[in-house]
Design a protein around this ligand. Structure first.
Ligand code: GRF
Length: 204
C-alpha cells in the first residue's frame, strides 16, 4: 500500500477528496501524515477530526536549498508519494532530490499558462478572466526545481463564459482538480505511471 504524505496550507478540499477516494477504495493508499505551515487552516482541522497525524513546520529561517525539518519528519513517516495540495511554500531542493518523481502538485490552470511566480490561488483565476480566456483548467504534475514546470501527468479543460467571475472560474476549476488529482494518484498507486525523460505515460 502506498504511504502518502500530504502538504497543505489552505482549506484542504483537495486533501479531503483524496481521503474520500481512499476511503471509497478508489485509491490503494494510506495518508500517513499532513504537513502544514498554517496551524489554523482547514486541512489541519480535517486531519484532527480524522485522526491523521499532522506536523506544523513554519520555520522563519526557512531555507529553500536544504531543510532538515522536512527531511527528518519524512524519514520517520517513509512516504512513497508526497502530494502538494495547496501548499504555499516552496519545497526545498534536498526534498525534491530525495523524492524525485514522487512529489505531485495540483495547479489551477492549464500549465504552462498561468504558472510560475505570483500565479497561485485566485491570482490565476483573476488573470484568466482579465485576459478573456475562453478555456482554462487544471494540471497535475511532478514537482522539480522549477516552479510549476515539472513533467505533466494529467490536464483537463473547462470552458469560461464571458459572464464568469473569478470566483465562478475557481469553483469550476476546483471540481476538475478534485477529479484529476484522484485519477493521477490512483494511477501512481497502481504503478501505472512511467516517466521517459520529461514525458509522463499513464499505462492503461
Ligand atoms: C487549489 O486551487 C490548488 O490548485 C492550489 O491551491 C488551491 C487549494 O485548494 N494550489 P484546497 O485547499 O485544496 O481547497
Amino acid at each position: 500500500m502506498t504511504r502518502i504524505v500530504v502538504f497543505a496550507s489552505g482549506s484542504g478540499s483537495n486533501f479531503q477528496k483524496i481521503k474520500e477516494s481512499i476511503d471509497n477504495n478508489q485509491i490503494n493508499g494510506k495518508i500517513v501524515l499532513l504537513i502544514s505551515n498554517n496551524p489554523n487552516c482547514g486541512a489541519v482541522k480535517f486531519s484532527e477530526l480524522n485522526n491523521i497525524d499532522f506536523k506544523i513546520i513554519n520555520d522563519y529561517r526557512y531555507n529553500e536549498k536544504k531543510n532538515n525539518q522536512y527531511e527528518l519528519v519524512l524519514e520517520k513517516y517513509r512516504p512513497n508519494l508526497i502530494l502538494l495540495a495547496g501548499f504555499m511554500k516552496k519545497i526545498p531542493h534536498n526534498i525534491i532530490r530525495i523524492y524525485k518523481n514522487k512529489i505531485m502538485n495540483i495547479h489551477p490552470s492549464l500549465l504552462p499558462k498561468y504558472g510560475g511566480k505570483g500565479y497561485y490561488g485566485m491570482n490565476v483565476h483573476k488573470s484568466v478572466v482579465q485576459n478573456r480566456e475562453r478555456i482554462t483548467g487544471a494540471t497535475v504534475h511532478f514537482v522539480d526545481d522549477n516552479y510549476d514546470k515539472g513533467p505533466i501527468i494529467i490536464q483537463e479543460k473547462v470552458g469560461v463564459d464571458s459572464s464568469d467571475s473569478p470566483d465562478i472560474v475557481s469553483e469550476k476549476v476546483l471540481k476538475i482538480e478534485h477529479k484529476i488529482y484522484s485519477k493521477a494518484i490512483k494511477a501512481f498507486c497502481l504503478n501505472k505511471i512511467t516517466i521517459d525523460k520529461d514525458s509522463v505515460i499513464i499505462n492503461e
